[in-house]
Ligand binder design. Structure first.
Ligand SMILES: C=CC1=C(C)c2cc3[nH]c(cc4nc(cc5[nH]c(cc1n2)c(C)c5CCC(=O)O)C(CCC(=O)O)=C4C)c(C)c3C=C
Ligand SMILES: [Fe+2]
Ligand SMILES: [Fe+2]
Length: 356
């Protein structure tokens, strides 16, 4: 999400929330992920391999917002103005996060692909910041008798503030339940050809929104969620991986160097410096310094349309673009794009071969 910064002195997502909030379910509420078990769940045999799909998680009503934020903020209090602002952002995109629904659709589509491999796979969903929790998924896998599993995060780039945190939750859950599952981890898939081609298709899709005569002057801005600069200085590979993906996507889309650029988005609220430039600052700079007035915006670190795209780009960045007389086109995220789903299936299937 975005500025303004508060005086909050937070240490980004490092601590564990000591009081994970519990979702309150009533008769009129039908969550998109009511269970960690997705799809067919017949008897588990020695050859069965569990697949734990992990995602950020998202609130499916505004009532869930305080609990969701409490988890993201590792139990630190959320100031009223921050809660109000973030709730307002979700209200503007329909009052709920579409992430759980997309996550479910992505898992179902990947399992359909995997069913053609002959492997005996069982799918589980575990969210990092909301229900159904990663811990719930590990408990259900243990209950089902799963002995070997592949774990994958629905985010292609590795960071110790993202993918590593998900993996640590699995290890902590195994300890908590005194259980044993042999896990292999997909750490990243940011250079996988299917992912790169699917993103390059999005670039082309965006450019085609402009009249043919204008297309050569369209500028593509590729972006991803920002992180504190400190994390990269400590050796985190996130920024390098993003740029590697960005260069491959631009090349695959046939863009010249002057036809694309990089920016970050969705900076957090801690007072320390975050990676930039931020999209809403970069757009005016592109206009002022290079005369760019037609932009395709693609968030390459996200694989589904959720608040960081639907609000941060479609509402906030779009407002900035309008104010400076720039046309900004934002093609849909990958969601259940067959090329992306094929990539997930293939990285999972090849990782599964590492299991004894
Ligand atoms: C690579 C890092 C991160 C990814 C990817 C990411 C995705 C992501 N985030 C939200 C929603 C929120 N994130 C918030 C804070 C926050 N996010 C990250 C990192 C990534 N998020 C950090 C380091 C922080 C700061 C955490 C802290 O300790 O305060 C918040 C809280 C409010 C805010 O700071 O704006 C929200 C909400 C989504 C939906 C998402 C997509 C998958
Ligand atoms: Fe954010
Ligand atoms: Fe975040």
């Amino acid at each position: 999400m975005t500025k303004p910064h508060t005086t909050d002195t937070q240490d980004t997502e490092t601590a564990v929330n000591p009081y994970p909030p519990v979702r309150i379910v009533n008769d009129s509420f039908a969550p998109s992920l009511p269970s960690t078990r997705i799809g067919e769940h017949g008897p588990v045999t020695e050859g069965t391999i569990g697949i734990l799909f992990m995602a950020y998680g998202g609130p499916e009503s505004l009532d869930e917002m305080p609990g969701y934020l409490a988890d993201i903020r590792s139990g630190r209090p959320t100031y009223a103005e921050v809660l109000e602002e973030i709730s307002g952002n979700y209200e503007a995109i329909g009052g709920k996060s579409p992430l759980p629904e997309f996550t479910r659709a992505q898992i179902e589509a990947t399992m359909t692909q995997l069913s053609t491999t002959g492997g005996d796979y069982r799918a589980y969903a575990g969210m990092r910041h909301w229900s159904p929790w990663i811990e719930d998924a590990v408990r259900d896998m243990l209950d089902d008798g799963i002995q070997r599993a592949v774990a994958i995060v629905l985010a292609p780039h590795y960071s110790k503030l993202s993918v590593e945190k998900y993996q640590k939750k699995i290890k902590a859950a195994l300890e908590m339940y005194h259980g044993q599952i042999e896990f292999v981890f997909v750490n990243e898939y940011h250079t996988e050809p299917g992912y790169i081609t699917a993103m390059a298709d999005r670039v082309r899709m965006g450019i085609q929104e402009f009249p043919e005569a204008d297309r050569d002057s369209v500028h593509t801005v590729l972006s991803a969620h920002s992180l504190p600069v400190r994390v990269i200085r400590e050796g985190d590979p996130y920024a390098d991986q993003l740029l590697e993906s960005a260069r491959l996507i631009a090349a695959q889309a046939g863009l010249r160097d002057d036809q694309w650029s990089w920016s970050y988005q969705s900076e957090g609220r801690s007072p320390e410096p975050w990676l930039g430039p931020q999209l809403e600052d970069w757009l005016p700079q592109l206009k002022a310094e290079r005369g760019v007035d037609k932009v395709v915006s693609i968030a390459i670190g996200f694989v589904s349309d959720h608040v960081e795209i639907l609000f941060d780009i479609d509402i906030e960045a779009q407002k900035v673009a309008r104010e400076i007389g720039m046309t900004l086109v934002r093609p849909p995220a990958l969601n259940t794009d067959p090329l992306f789903i094929g990539t997930l299936a293939s990285v999972i299937h090849s990782k599964a071969q590492e299991l004894a």
